[in-house]
Write a protein that binds this ligand. Structure first.
Ligand code: FA5
Length: 361
């Protein structure tokens, strides 16, 4: 064998060994495919050698070509063998996955949410008042100046308007500052005698702190009938709080001024956060304003078309968001408008119904 031939033979031999070893180390079908392309593919190393044959003496070409073709054939067989091994291994892995599947393992529980604490208290109160013969009504959040102020005995320029600064809209309307506008709307619609509650969102342009939000919930109550007195009002307020807290709660009644009631009261409850010692939630007073109320002013009854010679009534404007704070020990009102109520839920105080798959149980 000439030295040129020997060199060629050794190159082919080295290449074959390297290809065999790479095929053996290929751990996947994709890796094997790459090895195959690198050695016997069109642009592979073996073809590279074959291309050099042309430069060799004519009598050697046949022999080198034969060696190269033999190497190619051997490698093709090795690659096919290795492919079978890898395919078998992949099949086994799949099999063992199936074997690991245990259909008796209980399914993972779907995470269920809870109703918002304000909604829970609202529904609880709706339930109590439905039993007392009240109907639940709603009013518009975008309200007219007439229903929000004037029909409630708060004429233009009256200083009481300053107590409830609001957001005015381009169309001359406003975001209602309280649920009280529903009073005259309900009187107009249903007349007397009348028992309604009206829960809903209210808005105020004011400084936010632990107990004040710009968006919060109130629940209005209105009862109009013959011979209604303050005694009826106080009895219903007590019932409301006892039902929500499922126990007696300490309250205080003091005079309060609202142009739409006469007399008017502020009904405060002992702060449930600090037990009355004083904290930021109760502005260090030990009491939280939750239930302003009073006997409906005759002017308001007249605005609603009610005969004041026959009927009297009481009304209240429960601070629903604040009541929920007291019930669930929420120190800061801002938490209730946030998207993360886990802190409250973790306190395991949420006793209301939960939402399952988004539906109301
Ligand atoms: C009123 O809004 C009267 N409409 C209530 C009323 C109705 C009185 C019927 C008499 C008869 P007041 O501004 O005090 O009143 O608000 C009522 C309650 O809403 C407050 O006691 C408080 O609990 C809640 N509240 C008021 N402002 C805010 C606020 N910015 N953030 C959270 N809660 C508030």
């Amino acid at each position: 064998m000439s030295s040129g031939m020997e060199e060629m033979a050794s190159q082919i031999d080295d290449l074959q060994k390297k290809a065999e070893s790479d095929a053996q180390s290929a751990g996947s079908l994709e890796a094997l495919q790459a090895v195959q392309a690198a050695f016997i593919g069109r642009g592979g190393a073996l073809n590279e050698i074959l291309r050099g044959i042309g430069k060799m003496p004519a009598e050697q070409r046949g022999q080198v070509g034969q060696m190269a073709n033999q190497a190619k054939k051997t490698l093709e067989e090795r690659f096919a063998l290795r492919r079978k091994e890898l395919e078998a291994a992949a099949g086994q892995a799949e099999q063992s996955k199936v074997a690991q599947y245990d259909p008796t393992i209980p399914a993972r529980r779907e995470a269920v949410g809870s109703l918002h604490p304000v909604t829970i208290v609202q529904r609880q109160i709706e339930e109590v008042f439905s039993r007392l013969g009240f109907i639940v009504v709603t009013g518009p959040e975008m309200e007219s100046e007439y229903y929000n102020f004037e029909a409630l005995n708060i004429p233009p320029m009256h200083p009481a308007r300053d107590m409830q600064d609001t957001f005015w809209l381009g169309n001359g309307k406003l975001l209602r500052t309280h649920t009280s506008p529903v009073q005259v709307r309900a009187m107009e619609k249903y007349g007397a005698p009348l028992r309604v509650i009206a829960p809903g969102r209210c808005f105020r342009y004011e400084t936010i702190d632990a107990s004040h939000e710009n968006t919060f919930f109130q629940l209005e109550g209105l009862l109009i009938d013959r011979n209604i007195s303050i005694a009826n009002l106080i009895a219903v307020m007590k019932l409301l709080l006892t039902e929500v807290f499922q126990r007696e709660v300490e309250v205080r009644l003091r005079p309060g001024f609202f142009p739409f009631v006469e007399p008017g009261f502020e009904l405060d409850m002992r702060c449930e956060i600090c037990g009355g010692a004083g904290c930021p939630t109760c502005k260090h007073s030990g009491w939280v304003e939750v239930l302003p109320c009073g006997m409906v002013h005759p002017n308001v009854l007249k605005y609603g078309g009610i005969d004041t010679d026959v009927y009297t009534g009481f009304a209240f404007g429960l601070g629903l968001t604040r009541l929920a704070m007291m019930k669930y020990g929420v120190r800061d009102i801002r938490v209730l408008n946030s998207g993360d109520l886990r802190g409250i839920i973790a306190a395991e105080k949420l006793t209301g119904p939960t939402i399952v798959n988004g539906s109301r149980p």
